[in-house]
Design a protein around this ligand. Sequence first.
Ligand SMILES: Nc1ncnc2c1ncn2[C@@H]1O[C@H](COP(=O)(O)OP(=O)(O)OP(=O)(O)O)[C@@H](O)[C@H]1O
Ligand SMILES: [Mg+2]
Length: 584
Amino acid sequence: MGHRRWFFKHILKERLLSIILLIFLIVFIGTVSITPLFIGDIFTELAKENSSFKVIVSASLFIAGAGIIRATADFTQSYANEILAHKITKNVTEEFYKGMLEKSQEFHDRVRIGDVMARATYDTRQMNIFISPGIKFLFEGTFTLIFSVSLMIWINPKLTLLLLMGLPIYIVTIRDYNKNLRPISQAQMEQNSILNARLQESVTGIRVIRAFVKEQAEIKEFDRETDKLREINTRRGIISAKYYPVILTFLLITLSFVWGSYEVINGRLGIGELITFVFLMMTLVMPTWQFGWAITQFQIGMAAAKRVYEMKEKKIKLEESPSPEDCRTCEGEIRFEKVSFSYNGKSSRKKSLNNINLDVPGGSTVAIIGNPGSGKSTLIKLLMRLYDPTEGNILIDKIDIKDMRISHLRDHIGVIEQEVFLFSKSIKDNIAYGKPSATKEEIIEVAKLAQAHEFIESFDKGYSTIVGERGVTLSGGQKQRIAIARALLVNPSILILDDASSAIDAETERKIQTAIANVLKDRTTFIITHRLATIKNADLIIVLKDGYLRDSGTHDELILRNIDYRRLFERFSELPPITYQEGN
Ligand SMILES: Nc1ncnc2c1ncn2[C@@H]1O[C@H](COP(=O)(O)OP(=O)(O)OP(=O)(O)O)[C@@H](O)[C@H]1O
Ligand SMILES: [Mg+2]
């Protein structure tokens, strides 16, 4: 389905509203077009030698009556139009949002947040404007043209035909106008996206900007981008002004006045008819201008729909199995079979993981160690199925995770990520994120386990304290303990802790240590850590190097044979002599 069909499908879904809009629009235009007839009648009566005041009053009453109907119809159709626009925009935005949540991790790794924001807000707004008042204007223009021109033909076909000769010029002008405008509208939206992305990055990266005293440079860069947008807007303004079609309509009105008066003088046309004719011409001025505007907005709206639709439709690589299985007991037994992975797809030579084979019995604690970039985080991202391995399989309780329902899989895995993300909500809501039904007692219990209760209570508002955007009001160690509580609350059978923040004071270190120890009980746990005590006590330690699994075993085994592993401990303790060295 193309973006146009997608968009019109949304309009058609609101059939009832569209019909109401159309009916009242027709009533509205009908009353507008009919009024000049009564005005003409008044003048015809006035031109008579013994004009009847009664006829004039009744014609005036008709005008007033038409005015009342017109006002009511106008109000109703405008209202219906506005509701229609908001309903459709709401549906479109929701569909877009849902699309974003369903996208693969790969998509989110690469997309610029500002670009997503621009499409979700500015572009959907453009679609909204096309619907209201765009659609109304399109129909208003069309119906007014049909009604008024029919009446004009009825009054004086020759004069009407003469004036209709202006129509092709009008059509050509509008076509030309739109052709010129199309690339500008596209550029306008793209530039808006760029600006949004820049602004978002500057605000998020403000600390780096400050640290490097780059404020002025950033402002300059931003200025350059806003200048580009201003230039595009100016170009658009010039084009709009150049093609302003009202001039043409007024030229035609003048022409009909001159010609009409000539006809009146020669007795071929009544004065009342001329007045009606000219008034009918006047009813065309606004609608034809608005029609032109709506055509332009249609193009802008379609360009916007294309941008929204394209991003929404971008392929989701992670596919749900057609007949997903659920593990029933969920022992947390994990097996990696010849797993290789590259972030850049199968054909890429740069692999983040190479041929990983691993067996983890349920309930055990696995410590993953390795240099930065050795693939530790990647390994657990595969386990969570944020990405699929480019080769090999991962099994939980003997079921390939590709065959599991993704939501089921993730329900069973709790993660404390390397970069903890907290929502700008209260601490309580953050902890209860995975289980909103949790009671206050449950929340406090997990917070105590995670060694977070004490510092949370020290805040004035305790558990109701709002966490600043991206959790800036909390320290790294505090955020991490809240994340531990959050993961614990859902009581997952597999727990993953990607703990890079080893640079914390001894007291916090001890607390996190206790928190981790509390967490380990009765579940399969993967811990990426530099904490020696944690590593030492793990049931299984795996050593990664450049994406290869270099060694695995217990502390006692590795300390005797693995040089990388020994290095970790060498600095801190007296070690027994080495007896075996793996070839690495
Ligand atoms: N989203 C990504 N897109 C492309 N490459 C990535 C992505 N994330 C990580 N990589 C690459 O994959 C390799 C392994 O990264 P990974 O994050 O797994 O390392 P790590 O062992 O967790 O390191 P650290 O200790 O610094 O957290 C690195 O070479 C990294 O550049
Ligand atoms: Mg990492």
